[in-house]
Ligand binder design. Structure first.
Ligand code: GDP
Length: 456
């Protein structure tokens, strides 16, 4: 849907709907200057220098729409690489609507979601990973997510992919050189060195693939399920944690009415706290955990917080919960709550590193709890300085690259002909090119850019 009208001049609000001091409307395309000129009698915008601001009235069909500031960015020095005008109007939805209507009557059309960024990509202003990072940055809900998106926008990931590409090209060059001399049966690259180079590439791809688990935490948050019997203090704990650390989060898909899900930010990381209270169907928590919905939450969770009320702990529940938590094979903490009421523990409670004594209500040891949560979340951070993958599309493409490298390796082992080897390498390069957008299909672009917001 996107390619068809690349010559159109497009317009859309760049600021969210609603009232505000200022609203920005962006216009991009070959006719941007002349279209806005028709509404802006104060000056001839085709004659002004790039990167300049101009104040004046917007008038359409003899009607005064607003007094605005017009910013002029001439091709190729703009976000999209085309002529771009940004109109800063008063932030009334009505004014924005009237300006957009005038612009479309004057020859622009409304932009599709992500169309400005698509054009930036098509004009070589950024590669596909950078374009995707723009969407990630806008949607980022924690400091870690912002930093990661910025790194990708600045081209950190692209540079790493370029490095991989160069390594593969180096390999291909050696193989193809031998192809040129195939009749003479020479071997320029000794097989051992080739295998070493492949190992190196494989290791690099593997590192990127491994970063995906952590990338998910960075992008979507670390999921913590809070479990325990009724009245042990789960919602009190949730509220105490939310008090100071509530994260700003927009609509999260999958949030249902029967679970309480809240977001906090600790050390720049997003934590998604899920209180299973709404799912309670029986007094027996262990039994309740068997309920499909809760079970699903627990399977998805990155860790479990299991609460006890110190005044009510029963040996049987303790043993059962302990065994259950250990069987889950994921991090957990047992929180013994309400220690403001009673500081002695029953004899059967063994204090392990996974046990903490707290008072949710009196806020005792909550800072230690937060530190522990950060520490556990950080354990998933398996890589050093390299890029972190947060995008399923990149992950899938890298898996294909990895498979391709294994095929090449197997080919080398089996001594297959060089032209077959070269073919396999080219396939790897193709899969790698899909990530940065050197190789694309229209469907792929449609998929990526239709998930953007309007005006970006
Ligand atoms: P939930 O059913 O597990 O969500 O439990 P609630 O958070 O609703 O708490 C049940 C009751 O225990 C409420 O009356 C809370 O005020 C109280 N409570 C929770 N935490 C503490 C605590 O640390 N100390 C004391 N004394 N009471 C608490």
């Amino acid at each position: 849907m996107y390619y068809q009208h690349a010559e159109d001049t497009i317009a859309a609000p760049a600021t969210p709907q609603g009232m505000g001091a200022i609203a920005v409307i962006r216009v991009s395309g070959p006719q941007a200057l002349s279209i806005v000129n028709r509404l802006f009698p104060a000056k001839d915008l085709t004659q002004v220098p790039s990167h300049t601001l101009h104040v004046g009235k917007l008038i359409w069909k003899s009607q005064w729409l607003d007094e605005v500031v017009v910013s002029v960015f001439k091709a190729p020095r703009s976000y999209t690489g085309e002529d771009v005008i940004e109109i800063s109007s008063h932030g009334s939805p009505l004014i924005v609507q009237r300006i957009l209507q005038a612009l479309t009557e004057a020859g622009a059309r409304m932009a599709l979601p992500g169309e400005f960024t698509l054009r930036a990509y098509l004009h070589g202003k950024m590669d596909l990973t950078q374009a995707e990072a723009v969407a990630d940055l806008i949607a980022a809900e924690s400091e870690a997510a912002v930093q990661n998106a910025l790194r990708h926008i600045r081209g950190g990931f692209s540079a790493e992919l370029q490095q991989l590409r160069n390594q593969l090209l180096q390999f291909a060059a050696l193989i193809e050189l031998e192809l040129d001399f195939s009749e003479e049966d020479v071997e320029f690259a000794d097989r051992h060195a080739l295998k070493q180079l492949l190992d190196h590439i494989d290791e690099h791809v593997q590192k990127l693939l491994q970063s995906y688990a952590w990338g998910n935490v960075v992008k979507h948050g670390f999921q913590v399920v809070i479990a325990g019997k009724p009245n042990v203090g789960k919602s009190t704990l949730l509220n105490a944690l939310l008090n100071e650390n509530r994260a700003i989060v927009s609509d999260i898909p999958g949030t249902t009415r029967d679970t309480v899900e809240e977001f906090i930010q600790l050390n720049g990381l997003l934590f998604r706290l899920i209180d299973t209270a709404g799912l309670r169907v029986s007094e027996d928590v262990i039994e309740q955990i068997g309920v499909a919905r809760t079970h699903e939450k627990i399977l998805q969770a990155d860790m479990i917080l299991y609460l006890f009320d110190v005044t009510q702990i029963e040996a049987s529940e303790w043993e059962q919960a302990f065994a259950w938590l250990q069987g889950l094979k994921k991090p957990y903490l047992i929180l013994i709550n309400k220690i403001d009421l009673q500081s002695e523990l029953p004899e059967f409670v063994h204090n392990t590193p996974q046990t903490m004594m707290i008072s949710a209500q009196k806020q005792v040891h909550l800072n230690e709890l937060k530190e522990k949560l950060v520490e556990i979340a950080q354990q998933g951070r398996t890589h050093g300085e390299g890029s972190i993958i947060t995008n399923a599309r990149h992950y899938a493409a890298l898996q294909k690259v990895k498979q391709g490298i294994q095929d090449v390796y197997a080919g080398l082992e089996k001594n297959i002909s060089n032209d077959l080897l070269a073919n396999d390498i080219r396939k790897c390069l193709h899969d790698l090119g899909e990530i940065t957008g050197e190789v694309t299909t229209e469907d792929m672009l449609d998929y990526i850019f239709s998930h953007f917001c309007i005006g970006k």
